[in-house]
Design a protein around this ligand. Structure first.
Ligand SMILES: [Zn+2]
Length: 275
């Protein structure tokens, strides 16, 4: 190594001193070995990027801009969520804690709304706060009906808490308009998934004839989340983790039902004008 250096001719003053010090054989061997090692390390470092990246293909395939997701598949569906009661009409009252139904209905409705929107579903609410939609019960129900009958609505979900004279009666229930096959199917999906989330024995939907399931052309389900007349359930219905499970169950049933539909009603081509 030193011989190579010497061929470059003149040395600086410092280099001459260094070379004099290195004249003894052991020091020269050590210095030569050090230089050789430094050269190897320098070459290895320079080649590192090639080992890391590997050979590049001639043409990289273009990545898709957006991968299709389940969320995208649910976009376009419209669901009306109806939080039962409101304003002066508080609905059922808890036997022990005196909790009022209308507030619990709204809490569960908001949780369902949040989750459905995360799926890409468009949500319409009948009431958005504590108040009713009108001064009288009749006008309130008429205002709800108008929202439920909005063009393009795929399904309607009305959320309530139950009450009964027998305090031992408990558990979630769903109702559909008697005679409506689509309503029955929706009702079955929703009660099945609620029972699953709450680890409750499976139940069937029930036929009924209530305003919210009758006065809408879209398949509609009335969800009775549980009984405020049952001491155990009265407390559970006020528990945030239990409310979240309820909402998860409702959403899972709604999504399962929507997935059976061929295409969002709002995305169907407009019907031709009458001849
Ligand atoms: Zn109610």
């Amino acid at each position: 190594m030193l011989l190579i250096w010497r061929n470059f001719g003149e040395y600086s003053h410092c280099e001459v001193i260094c070379l004099k010090l290195l004249r003894s054989l052991p020091w020269r061997h050590i210095f030569d070995t050090f230089c050789a090692l430094a050269l190897v390390l320098l070459l290895a470092y320079a080649a590192l990027p090639f080992y890391r990246s590997g050979p590049l293909p001639a043409e990289m395939p273009a990545l898709p801009v957006e991968l299709p997701t389940q969320t995208a598949l649910m976009a376009g569906y419209i669901v009306v969520l109806d939080a039962g009661h409101g304003g002066a009409d508080g609905g059922a009252v808890g036997t022990k804690t005196k909790v009022v139904e209308k507030g619990l209905n709204m809490t569960v409705t908001r949780l369902v709304q949040e989750e459905l929107q995360a799926w890409g579903v468009r949500v319409l609410l009948t009431r958005t706060g504590d108040d009713a939609l009108a001064d009288t019960k009749k006008k309130d129900m008429q205002a709800r009906k108008e929202i439920m009958n909005t063009a393009g609505v795929d399904i309607v979900v009305s959320i309530h808490m139950n009450k009964f004279t027998d305090a031992s009666v408990k558990g979630p229930m769903t109702f559909y308009m008697k005679g409506s096959e689509a309503g029955k199917q929706l009702s079955e999906y929703v009660i099945a998934s609620i029972c699953e989330r709450l680890e409750y024995p499976p139940r069937h939907g029930n036929p009924g004839d209530y305003f919210v399931v009758r006065e809408t052309p879209a398949p509609s389900v009335l969800v009775e989340c549980g009984f405020l007349s049952n001491a155990e359930e009265e407390l559970l219905l006020q528990d945030s983790a239990y409310q979240q499970k309820l909402a998860n169950g409702i959403v899972a049933g709604v999504i399962a039902y929507l997935q059976t539909l061929p295409c969002p009603a709002s995305q169907l081509p407009p019907s031709p004008p009458p001849a």
